[in-house]
Design a protein around this ligand. Sequence first.
Ligand SMILES: Nc1ncnc2c1ncn2[C@@H]1O[C@H](COP(=O)(O)OP(=O)(O)OP(=O)(O)O)[C@@H](O)[C@H]1O
Ligand SMILES: [Mg+2]
Length: 489
Amino acid sequence: MPTLSDLVARHTALDEADLDWLHSLVSDWQLLADLSFADLILWAPLLGESGWIAIAQMRPTTGPTVYHDDIVGTVAAKGERNLIDTAWNERRICREGDPDWSTGVPVREETIPVRRAVEGGEGRFLAVIQRSTNLSSARTPSRLELTYLQSASDLAQMVAEGRFPFSGEEPILVRSPRVGDGLLRLDRAGRVTYASPNALSAYRRLGLHADLVGAELGRVTATLCYSDEPINEDLMIVASGRAAKETEVESGGTIVQLRAIPLIVGGGRIGALVLIRDVTELRRRERELMTKDATIREIHHRVKNNLQTVAALLRLQARRLQVPEGREALEEAVRRVGSIAIVHETLSHAPEEFVDFDEIADRVIAMAGEVSSPEVAVTPRRAGAFGVLPSLIATPLAMALTELLQNALQHGRPKRLQVVVESAHERLNVTVWDDGRGLPSGFDLDSSTSLGLQIVRTLVEGELSGRLTIEPRLEGGTEVVLSIPLPPS
Ligand SMILES: Nc1ncnc2c1ncn2[C@@H]1O[C@H](COP(=O)(O)OP(=O)(O)OP(=O)(O)O)[C@@H](O)[C@H]1O
Ligand SMILES: [Mg+2]
């Protein structure tokens, strides 16, 4: 389906600023549809003003729709839709006397010209909103419906006067409260003239015992949410309905989102609508997730610290040993513990189920290069990317890598040492090759009893369900290949 921008660019003479205004209108016109209990269609004049094209459509969440099909993209010739033509030509809201039955249900049509405010000018007319109310379920309107309809007609007037949507309002990231979440209507002085049942419940949960209707909302809200914390400046502005703004208030464990829509008609402020939504559950779940994340991060951080302590103890002991083999063995243990610590450190920054393994691999590779004996002047390199891997794979893979790099540096004494990564068909193939002295004659992985390769084998075949091969390279040196399956992403 073509977007609003596509349709405007292709079929109309509207410019960038016009388009911004229309985007802003349709991002907020659910409010108008809900208050009107009506469908809205936005018609823009075609190039050369030969007719109209529907560029956006909105259904009410408070009542039945008229249009079950998509209207966007439909074209109407001049003269075909009188009400649209009149609203445009005479720059005023038009209303039809009798219901239209052409869709099979009684529909009341209204049209609202859309004006964009222009500083220091009269503004520019951009389009026409067609508002269609399905009357088939209409009954004697309640107080709620009357308030909604009155508010809708005020908003419609604001659209025609270039006062709605509010320009310069910050984009709303969380979903704003909707009409059905709770609605209050305030008079000019900021006193409540109507409170929908949901809005009243939200205030009851905030701790209000008195009546809401007749009360000054700003003062009531401030009293309820009184705390030692610095005063929320937005609170008074929003709760008194003086500016188009949103804020959140909290009291007695309840968190309520407030959105003020000042009603400015015919040049004067006549009052405001305040939409209200109880977001206690939403915020509670958010906080829970945040603390869970923080806890997991903290655990990884502590594990890393503990491992570093273990490594430090081993290093101390190694220094005191006179026997070279004993010392080497302890130093190797230090490296093994160190590479696990690296993984936990990475996880302590990103406690997600997935980690960027390239970062881990590079640190493991750098560490192997640093601690290798000074006679071996080689910097191990990585080619290819591991990418993002499940955390479960990270620890065993980092350890295996440490062992293999260690072996190459220790036994091969190569000039070049590389880690090559390829992933294909949900498998990760990691090759560690060197151009060193090569494997001793008669080497056999299966009958090797030393610890290093045993560890690698256990990790690769056991924990990673993969395969391990170690072979001499044709050009000299050794090549070790790990092939491990990855869970389908
Ligand atoms: N890249 C390599 N180049 C040459 N020989 C190697 C290479 N990798 C392994 N080897 C040979 O395989 C043997 C077994 O390696 P393994 O890592 O299991 O034990 P290690 O390195 O001798 O001792 P450690 O248990 O401390 O690792 C090594 O002793 C070495 O002879
Ligand atoms: Mg080894």
